[in-house]
Design a protein around this ligand. Sequence first.
Ligand code: IPM
Ligand code: MN
Length: 330
Amino acid sequence: MLKEVAARFGHTFSFDVQLIGGAAIDRHGDPLPPGTVASCEEADAVLLGAVGGPKWSDPNASVRPEQGLLKLRSVLGVYANLRPVKVLEELIPASPLKAEILAGVDLVVVRELTGGIYFGEKTRDATTASDLCTYHSHEVERIIRVAANLATQRRGRLCSVDKANVLETSRLWRDVTDRLLRNEFPAIEVETLLVDAAAMHLLSRPADFDVIVTENMFGDILTDEASMLAGSLGMLPSASLGDSKRGLFEPIHGSAPDIAGKNLANPCGTVASAAMLLRYSLGLHAEADAVETAIHAAISQGARTADTAAAGATVLGTDEMTDRIIGALD
Ligand code: IPM
Ligand code: MN
């Protein structure tokens, strides 16, 4: 896809392919080998395939594929994970939700990506386990600024999601958020929701949301839920950004081991992630728009992978779907 964009728009992209996750464990015994880190640090942008799979999923194993991804996010300092959810009218029948609820849904979840319970100390003995969740005010401030700036460029609405009725980290999150928004973004329309209620509102009134900002684990869970608005987990892209232009771009789905290698997976989430890469890390806005338009055009023309196809409709494989998107670039 990126090669096609380069050819059509007169760019030269150089690609360096490196291992992460299970493949890196098999080859190097390390889910994030130093060579992968060095290559990512040198690159202008990183496009990532999903990690994980049954071969490496022993819960007691000391190395897991996911550790590679978490470490890469942390090493690259990409604390802001943008997960846009836009419902395409043509895919409304692919969603389990009612059409009238889905009309006009266009939201972005901004997920804090390098803090919280994912990165706290973990302990385990025979009968007891613990995962520490810590947030510092500077981590909350920088993610709220990203989300508020994004809301300012969009419809001016920001919803902050926490669990301040129970968690101390959420009470810090709420205090910092309230103060920062009041001082720096007085024009933004702000809503605050507890995460359990947010999970419900995301299904009952998704079109009301513009930008949703939340901590690492809540964002992980809410975005899998939100993917059902778009019709399939395979549709959603993400961009993980830090303070430099270099970002990490990946679909929000996992490695789908049940269909891996069968030419069945929906490529849209990955292709849309490449569009975000063009926009955010390379500053190629026209190119990014062209890729997103091509995805939409292919879908408008009826191209569907198995996850979004209606019963009895023609189903394309991953390669054929990708070809249809490339074809729609012209
Ligand atoms: C995601 C994934 C990852 C996460 C896993 C693979 C570690 O679920 O990007 O949403 O939990 O962040
Ligand atoms: Mn996830």
